[in-house]
Design a binder for this molecule. Structure first.
Ligand code: HEC
Ligand code: HEC
Length: 596
């Protein structure tokens, strides 16, 4: 990446003299001072980056992309870039004997998942430990047969499901085994996913970078088709985006391929069944006058964004679809930068932007005893960011320098995090000390964290207060060396917990809170659990003779918003749990029905 120091705002200069926090890490600055990472050499593939963002936003929000014709990326990332649904969101760690009840609705008393006699002492008696995960509901377990020309829903067959997504013989949508992080500001991460498996190098249709050396691109050069190798840096989001599209839990029936997804989407109107606001900040100019979908088709959008060598011959559109998908979604997500929170305004010199308590929280957050800035550092509030790599003494073989830490959220046996192999047999991280990767997870950025509960990779904490209790007791599973360096000796007084929570809530950008541009979006129906004929008895969906085992979905409406956003703020996870805002005083309260 080109490292330019962007200091356009005079007030930012004051921060250059700021001292590094006593708790570690670089001085805190406004996020406006951090350059947005871009892939060098992108213009080999892309001829118009604005058209690329249009394509990426359409792909990201298009429910037709899922095999059932009803599942988009946005299905699990619709709410401040994350997901706060309550029903049918539980999974259990693959390796554990933990049981969950499919289709359960989460309640306040379910949190935290691990409950201790003394919440300040991680060695006190365990009153309850459900070992479950609050993930995201994706797609039914089905195998792929074929697409049906001009229809969003594909043909397939029910596949046997585990007990974790079957109730009285009826299948629920499967749930991911980790909590959905926000896509907002993810562009700053060197690598994405909790375990960093979306590599910073994008090599085409898989997430795993240089582990996948295949020549994955087809180009039209001098009148013939040639295979090329693609290798783009700073492209973890492209590596990430090609993952869910064919994943059989998230979006795809088992065995679907990129050319089949291409063939399907190329024949459909983009966002064909979803409302698009005429003043959508990106899609508005392309919105169909009917109010539904776009007036342009995917082929036109691809041709506008990409160099002709990559679509000129008829074979190319299907062959290169993963490249279009990855690079365009990455470009859209790179616009989802929330750098105007009150904390940013304060750090730019507006001393009125934070209350006295929030300012106290800002100081306490950086204080040596609480250690937050060891791991949540710099303007991105994570050591996993691209700019962090320029810190003096950065060691690429040390997972902590790369922003991965072992903080005892779950037992090592439940989820090894960074200590895993990719499908090509390569370790996710080549550490000098291999054991350093065990149970290590990417430190998440903390911006808009007020809106992105539940928290941690297992979604086991409902509120920021619960997260602070977790840190005050220095993690949940201290056994087996699960407390990596940086945790174990945190000291947090009740006053500090209170001020730091207030400070973290000031990290919300109002454009996110009110869904203003660039965080505006098309309408969406999200599945919110299944209909039960009687408690614990799922009703079967008889509407599609191909799939006789599926439960009936319940759908909630997420209305389209244009660039001006909504007048009411997004609901927090805790508010949804408590039913606060269902009267319309919050957005996304998930009680308005929807017909997908
Ligand atoms: C069924 C729900 C679901 C769908 C659909 C889904 N995601 Fe996610 N997403 C998740 C979960 C869960 C994770 C975390 C998984 C992990 O780390 O192992 C995640 C992680 C991510 C991240 C990483 C953020 C970070 O900080 O590490 C990004 C970016 C992202 N998703 C974008 C997308 C895109 C783009 C699509 C569509 C191509 C998509 N997601 C589809 C659930 C979903
Ligand atoms: C040793 C490194 C480390 C320290 C110290 C640390 N964190 Fe974290 N933090 C992490 C990691 C890693 C995660 C993700 C852990 C997981 O899910 O397994 C995390 C997660 C979080 C989350 C949840 C975010 C989300 O989106 O789920 C919050 C909030 C948070 N930390 C705040 C803090 C605060 C406040 C402090 C100081 C009191 C602090 N952290 C100290 C590494 C650290």
């Amino acid at each position: 990446m080109k490292l330019t120091t962007v200091l356009l705002i005079p007030a930012l200069a004051a921060n250059l003299t700021a001292q590094p926090p006593p708790g570690g890490g670089p001085p805190l600055t406004s996020l406006k001072s951090v350059p947005i990472p871009t892939p060098p050499g992108l213009d080999r593939y892309v001829r118009d980056t604005r058209a690329l963002v249009v394509l990426g936003k359409a792909f990201f929000w298009d429910m037709q992309a899922g095999s059932d014709g009803k599942t988009a990326c946005a299905t699990c990332h619709f709410h401040a870039g994350a997901d706060h649904r309550l029903q049918n969101q539980l999974a259990a760690p693959a390796a554990s004997s933990a049981t969950i009840t499919p289709n359960q609705t989460l309640t306040p008393s379910d949190f935290p998942f691990r409950r201790l006699a003394n919440p300040n002492d991680n060695r006190s008696a365990v009153l309850r430990d459900t070992r479950q995960i609050a993930g995201s509901a994706g797609i039914f377990h089905r195998s792929f047969f074929d697409i049906v020309p001009s229809l969003p829903a594909e043909q397939g067959a029910d596949q046997p499901s585990t007990a974790r997504s079957t109730l009285n013989g009826v299948q629920t949508r499967q749930v991911t085994a980790r909590n959905s992080p926000s896509v907002i500001n993810a562009v700053f991460n060197v690598r994405n996913f909790w375990d960093g498996r979306a590599k910073e190098i994008f090599t085409g249709p898989t997430s795993f970078g240089d582990s996948d050396p295949a020549w994955n691109v087809l180009a039209w050069r001098d009148g013939q088709l040639v295979k090329e190798q693609i290798r783009l840096e700073n492209s973890s989001l492209a590596s990430q985006a090609v993952g869910p599209a064919l994943n059989e839990i998230e979006m795809s029936y088992l065995g679907r391929t990129w050319p089949k997804l291409a063939e399907k989407l190329l024949a459909l109107q983009p966002l064909g069944r979803q409302a698009v606001a005429a003043d959508d900040s990106v899609l508005g100019p392309y919105a169909d006058p009917s109010g539904l979908g776009l007036a342009a088709n995917y082929r036109t959008l691809i041709e506008a964004a990409f160099q002709p060598a990559y679509w000129q011959a008829p074979e190319l559109l299907e062959a290169n679809f993963a490249i279009y998908w990855g690079l365009s979604i990455q470009a859209y997500e790179a616009t989802l930068v929330s750098n105007n929170s009150r904390v940013d305004q304060f750090l730019e010199g507006n001393r009125q932007a934070l209350s006295a308590l929030e300012q106290q929280g800002l100081r306490d957050f950086q204080n040596g005893g609480v250690q937050c800035t060891q791991c949540h550092q710099g303007a991105e509030f994570t050591a996993a960011s691209v700019s962090n790599r320029t810190t003096r003494g950065f060691n690429p073989a040390n997972p902590r320098d790369a922003g991965f830490f072992r903080t005892a959220v779950s037992p090592l046996a439940d989820d090894p995090g960074l200590n895993a192999l990719d499908p090509f047999g390569q370790p996710l991280f080549k550490a000098a000390q291999p054991n350093d990767t065990n149970g290590a997870f990417k430190s998440p950025g903390l911006r808009n964290v007020e809106l992105t509960g539940p928290y941690f990779h297992n979604g086991g904490q409902a509120t920021l207060e619960q997260v602070m209790d977790f840190y005050a007791r220095n993690g949940d599973f201290p056994a087996d060396g699960n407390l990596g360096p940086g945790i174990g000796r945190i000291r947090l007084s009740p006053q500090e917990r209170n001020s730091i929570v207030a400070f973290m809530k000031a990290l919300t950008d109002d454009r996110v809170r009110f869904q203003r541009a660039p965080f505006d979006h098309p309408a969406l129906c999200v599945p919110t659990g299944h209909v039960e004929a009687a408690p614990g008895i799922l009703a079967t969906d008889t509407s599609d003779a191909q799939f006789v085992l599926s439960a009936i979905d319940r759908w909630a409406h997420i209305p389209a918003v244009g660039r001006e956003g909504e007048t009411v703020p997004l609901q927090t996870f805790d508010e949804l749990l408590r039913g606060i805002g269902n009267d319309g005083s919050r957005a996304h309260h998930l009680t308005t029905p929807c017909v997908p």
